[in-house]
Design a protein around this ligand. Structure first.
Ligand SMILES: CC(C)(COP(=O)(O)OP(=O)(O)OC[C@H]1O[C@@H](n2cnc3c(N)ncnc32)[C@H](O)[C@@H]1OP(=O)(O)O)[C@@H](O)C(=O)NCCC(=O)NCCS
Length: 160
């Protein structure tokens, strides 16, 4: 490409695409800087191997800026993991990945997740996307005994 031509991806832009096994070193790097009890490599491999799941990567062109893991159980989508590189937060990256998930899985679908009750930033993000609080799971997190906030997007009343 000549020096005057534009690159196919504008500098600084992010592409949201399917997460691949080759992304896992980058995933683990972000995971370990994001959570007090990070997932193991085996947990990510298991989720990626599920054909019904949706796993997304936020790709900067020369690395990973974030990822999202969502599993499907019956007709319910369970958001299992979302994280963004600490250097790239508050740029809208997680919101873009969540938007892509909702487009791919369907905006009329039913979605649930658990989040630490102290994780006000993540709770604010999910509420902005339309998720609503629907109770707690007591002492859900084994590392510190913290409660999980259960959140739903779509009707939580019917388990089909
Ligand atoms: C939670 C997390 C994924 C958000 O990623 P992000 O890319 O920074 O989020 P976005 O930039 O898309 O935020 C979208 C909106 O969510 C809300 N939000 C996100 N992070 C917030 C924070 N720390 N405090 C308050 N509001 C926040 C804001 O409304 C934000 O919009 P704004 O920046 O225009 O105000 C990121 O902070 C992270 O990786 N945290 C560690 C891992 C984690 O807790 N994951 C969630 C587990 S359930």
């Amino acid at each position: 490409m000549a020096a005057t031509e534009s690159p196919s991806r504008p500098i600084g832009s992010i592409e949201v695409r399917r997460l691949a096994y080759g992304d896992l070193p980058g995933v683990l790097s972000i995971e370990r800087r994001s959570f007090p009890a990070p997932w193991s490599l085996a947990m990510f491999v298991l989720e990626l191997s599920k054909p019904s799941g949706i796993c997304l990567a936020a790709d900067t062109g020369d690395g990973l800026a974030g990822y999202l893991v969502c599993s499907r159980y019956a007709d319910i989508w369970h958001v299992m993991n979302v994280a963004v590189d600490p250097e790239r937060r508050r740029e809208g990256i997680a919101a873009r990945m969540m938007g892509e998930l909702l487009e791919t899985a369907g905006r009329d679908g039913r979605y649930t997740l658990e989040v630490r009750v102290s994780n006000h930033g993540a709770i604010a993000m999910y509420e902005r996307l339309g998720f609503r609080r629907a109770g707690r799971r007591r002492r859900y997190y084994h590392d510190n005994g913290e409660d999980a906030m259960i959140m739903w997007l779509g009707d939580p009343g019917y388990i089909g």
